[in-house]
Design a protein around this ligand. Structure first.
Ligand SMILES: CC(C)(COP(=O)(O)OP(=O)(O)OC[C@H]1O[C@@H](n2cnc3c(N)ncnc32)[C@H](O)[C@@H]1OP(=O)(O)O)[C@@H](O)C(=O)NCCC(=O)NCCS
Length: 156
């Protein structure tokens, strides 16, 4: 399945798919953008880089990264539709994004995830370690972990 997967920079035309994918992964520990206008704003935000994950010609996932001051890349979102999960696509996307951000000059990368989220194992396999813990995060009251990694070293 994963051989046919590639990333494409999102445009406003992808906003409907963006929302469909976000809704498909929504859960009490994963609060998402469910409004098409908001999705369009996120896609067009000049401070964010949003890619759609394509399987053949279908958008099956999305990934969003922000380049922050201090050569730091923040992985704001990664989502793969449930039907396509567990086939290595998310791992490939993460590897590609790490390489892209390294080429763009980022020295470190971080993300936030709920401590109960299974995705934590995926991030650990890709070199992220827990570097912080946020007890209170907006709409969700359960704690979230900050996970980070350096980008200068060779990829795993
Ligand atoms: C996390 C996610 C992007 C990974 O994509 P994927 O294509 O399933 O990933 P891969 O097949 O390369 O790797 C499998 C690993 O992903 C994670 N994973 C798989 N399904 C998951 C799910 N429903 N929710 C969270 N993590 C999941 C696990 O760590 C899994 O490893 P394991 O089988 O050893 O537990 C995808 O599962 C997803 O969109 N999950 C729901 C949204 C989410 O939780 N996003 C992360 C927010 S921080």
């Amino acid at each position: 399945m994963k051989a046919k997967v590639r990333l494409k920079r999102a445009t406003a035309r992808d906003a409907d798919d963006y929302v469909r994918i976000e809704r498909s992964v929504e859960s009490p520990i994963n609060l998402v953008t469910t409004n098409v206008d908001e999705a369009r704003k996120e896609i067009e935000n000049p401070l964010a880089l949003v890619w759609m994950v394509l399987y053949e010609t279908k958008n099956v996932g999305l990934v969003q990264v922000q380049m922050l001051p201090g050569k730091h890349a923040y992985l704001a979102e990664i989502a793969i539709e449930p039907t396509y999960q567990g086939h290595g696509i998310g791992g490939d996307v993460l590897r590609t994004i790490v390489a892209k951000m390294r080429r763009a000059g980022a020295c470190t990368m971080s993300l936030r995830t709920h401590e109960q989220n299974r995705a934590r194992q995926l991030y650990e396999r890709h070199g992220f370690v827990v570097t912080g813990r946020l007890e209170d995060h907006g709409k969700s009251s359960s704690p979230r972990l900050v996970m980070s990694r350096k980008l200068q070293t060779e990829e795993r």
